[in-house]
Design a protein. Structure first.
Length: 214
């Protein structure tokens, strides 16, 4: 699994483009060890709310769900741990449409309240999922990683007035989208359609290679 693009919006929402090769598992039913070990690492994830067709708890839903959906919940959990559960709950959404996109492409949308912490949480969640898949999770020191993100949160709160005026490696300010000349394609889900007005302003974009692109 690879996150190929991250777009930060002014509405404190980030949209991820996630690619999974056809040779890899798309769902947890094909790789049951991933959610099983993940819940041992993050017990609170099992109690997260999850809106799904069956009305299942996330613990049950995670037994047979898409890997990027698991990624979505992990990103939210990491951000919540960084701020120690204080603040408005984060929300997210995972969707895809392989009738117009390549098979294995997913779109994950997550809330955030600190852009730098969110970027760190996204990349850490990606590492964790891939490490679980390759059975190398022992190489990821979760307490240390969470501690680093907490330190980043402290630093960004101190220096954010100047930091927001500077570009850092892997992130660039993105232009405001132009007005479409034709109607937008149909949204992937009803939830996304409900959130489509007003159109959020894109503020930053991050790519898989960690470099800024024009």
């Amino acid at each position: 699994m690879k996150i190929t693009e991250i777009i930060f919006y002014s509405t404190n929402r980030a949209k991820l483009v996630v690619e999974i090769p056809e040779t890899d598992a798309y769902t947890t039913s094909e790789a049951p060890r991933i959610p099983r070990i993940l819940f041992k690492l993050f017990p609170h994830m099992a109690t997260q709310r999850c809106y799904n067709d069956g009305g299942y708890s996330f613990r049950r839903e995670a037994q047979a769900t898409e890997i990027p959906h698991l990624l979505e919940h992990l990103i939210l959990e990491i951000q919540d741990q960084v701020r120690r559960g204080v603040g408005t709950p984060f929300a997210g959404e995972t969707h895809w449409n392989w009738t117009i996109d390549p098979r294995g492409r997913f779109y994950v949308t997550v809330d955030y309240d600190n852009e730098l912490v969110a970027l760190g949480a996204i990349r850490l969640a990606e590492r964790v999922i891939n490490a679980l898949d390759s059975k190398e999770i022992a190489q990821v020191d979760m307490p240390r990683e969470i501690g680093r993100l907490r330190e980043l949160a402290k630093l960004s709160r101190r220096f954010i007035p100047t930091a927001t005026r500077e570009r850092w490696r892997g992130v660039q300010e993105a232009p405001e989208p132009a007005e479409p000349s034709e109607p937008e394609p149909a949204p992937y889900s009803a939830n996304e359609a409900a959130q489509s007005a007003p159109t959020p302003k894109e503020t930053h974009r991050v790519f898989a290679d960690g470099l800024a692109h024009g």
